[in-house]
Design a protein around this ligand. Structure first.
Ligand code: NDP
Length: 483
């Protein structure tokens, strides 16, 4: 027997094909509550699209720790070799909208939510170890320059390069984006990076600066622009869903670069500059675990679309760093979720911690589904809706001083606006170019010349000078191709 079709109040309904009308040829009547409800809900099926990372692909998986990290951290998911933690991953393209192609030349988002026993720890990374800017003040302008033209709604490569010509701090990331790695073959064939410098701290109050690397075990595999143009727009989504459904679980080896806190003061490279890597010879990769994705989402909207990652989702033993872009994201990510999904986005199943949550936040849109998360002030259960209160000795939620992060000493404490626009924009872009084989250099400079040819002569001239500063041959190659 079929399940009974009901209205949203649960009551069975007699039919769902014909609205109520005045006679066979007359208008609708006002008591069409069934129709009204159906249309009204339909009007509300979408929430605002993310401005960046709109087109996403989610899946669940498991992180397995293969090296005990208690020397560096008290984070429970990083202590005890063999420990496993459930993870939700969301990959994405960055600049395009929900309905853009999977195969654009773009950075790919690589966001992970670890449901640890002491709360959710999120790593909101990318498939590139660096980013275009080192100061968040530039972020909205940068994104505007990469989006479609505001009048024609068409792709606007001239604007990409116009922004970059005035912001050579993007040189390193441009070199990665325009290289063969700019269009992945699939999401299974990309590396993931925290990109930001994050931190770990242990029970002794020692802090370590840390960069996370997720190295694909499927191997790096990429497409040229010509190959990408032949792919179906949804191909990467289909590839990921199919691989997981077939039990061909994509997996990554997880590695860390670890820098003792004090090293940051003397290291020649600013370790908190998001446009720079730490060369592996200075800080070698230490293997610490594996990540395997093994379950597709059941509802794309509920899970992938409403997934709310934030670098502010930290657990004891983990922390952030003075990286300015990261600091701005601590605010901006939560703010975006509060706007898109609401103040209580954290209670949705995909976002909810899988450990008890006790706090004194109350109410807001869509509150109340879960008494554990959103209690009232019930004397029987010793609940109370403010802190400090007189019930803490009877078990009401109270802070635990033992999870206090060690203090951070900042030696140069002048408060000002420091111009960082010329903080060596070229060395590492040049290092990457010099590392490439001849055919990779060809691809890189072809890709650059393709977009740059659409920019003004002034922008072309400034960009060639930037490429030449990274490596003379790099700039000359771009210049020759433009001619
Ligand atoms: P290494 O030779 O030790 O490492 C080079 C790294 O570059 C490898 O991790 C490799 O990734 C990666 N790589 C190769 N081609 C590309 C590409 N087209 N786009 C992005 N990454 C690529 O060198 P260093 O550590 O001294 O760094 C040299 C340059 O390598 C840097 O300036 C940076 O551009 C790039 N790089 C460095 C990383 C780091 O954390 N040190 C991380 C990623 C890139 P894989 O192992 O997956 O092949």
């Amino acid at each position: 027997m079929n399940k009974k079709l009901t209205a949203s109040n649960g009551a069975p309904i007699s039919e769902d094909n014909n609205s109520i009308t005045v006679g066979e040829r007359g208008p609708l009547t006002f008591d069409n509550w069934q129709l009204m409800e159906k249309l009204a809900h339909f009007n509300r099926e979408r929430i605002p699209e993310r401005i960046v990372h709109a087109r996403g692909y989610g899946a669940y998986g498991t992180f397995t720790l293969t090296k005990d990290l208690s020397q560096y951290t008290r984070a429970k998911f990083l202590v005890g070799k063999g420990k496993t933690t459930k993870v939700f991953a969301r990959f994405s393209t960055v600049a395009g909208g929900q309905d853009s192609s999977d195969y654009v030349r773009d950075v790919r988002g690589f966001a992970l939510k670890f449901y640890t026993e002491e709360g959710n720890w999120d790593m909101v990374g990318n498939n590139t170890p660096v980013f275009f800017i080192r100061d968040p003040q530039k972020f909205p302008d940068f994104v505007h320059s990469q989006k479609k033209h505001p009048q024609t709604n068409l792709p606007n490569p001239a604007a990409h390069y116009e922004f970059w010509a005035s912001n050579p701090q993007s040189m390193h990331q441009i070199t990665i984006l325009m290289s063969d790695r700019g269009i992945p073959f699939s999401l299974r064939h990309i590396n993931g990076y925290s990109s930001h410098t994050l931190s770990l701290w242990n029970d002794k109050g020692e802090r370590y600066w840390v960069k996370w690397h997720f190295k694909t075990n499927q191997g790096i595999k990429t497409l040229t622009d010509q190959e990408a143009a032949k792919q179906p727009v949804n191909g990467m989504q289909a590839d990921l869903v199919q691989a997981i459904d077939e039990g061909n679980f994509p997996n990554w080896t997880v590695k860390l670069q670890i820098m003792p806190e004090k090293d940051a003061e003397t290291y020649g490279i600013n370790p908190f500059d998001l446009t720079k890597v730490w060369p592996h010879t200075d800080y070698p990769l230490i293997e610490i675990g594996t990540l395997a994705l093994n379950k597709n989402v059941e509802n794309y909207f509920a899970e992938t679309e409403q997934a709310a990652f934030s670098p502010a989702n930290l657990v004891p033993g983990t922390g952030v760093s003075p990286d300015r872009v990261l600091q701005a994201r601590l605010f901006a990510y939560g703010d975006a979720h509060r706007y898109r999904v609401g103040a209580n986005h954290g209670f949705l199943p995909v976002n909810a911690p899988q450990c008890p949550v006790h706090h004194y936040q109350r109410d807001g849109l869509m509150a109340g589904g879960c008494p554990v998360h959103h209690g009232g002030s019930n004397p029987q259960t010793k609940e109370v809706n403010f802190y400090p209160n007189d019930k803490t000795h009877e078990g009401a939620p109270a802070p635990d001083a033992s999870v206090k992060e060690p203090p951070l000493q900042i030696s140069d404490a002048t408060i000002d606006r420091f111009d960082s626009s010329n903080d060596d924009n070229y060395t590492q872009a040049g290092n990457l170019y010099r590392m490439m084989k001849d055919d990779q250099k060809e691809q890189l400079t072809n890709n650059i010349a393709g977009g740059l040819s659409q920019a003004t002569k002034s922008v072309q001239k400034r960009m060639i000078a930037h490429f030449q500063k990274a490596d003379k041959a790099y700039g000359n190659q771009v210049e020759a191709k433009l001619k």
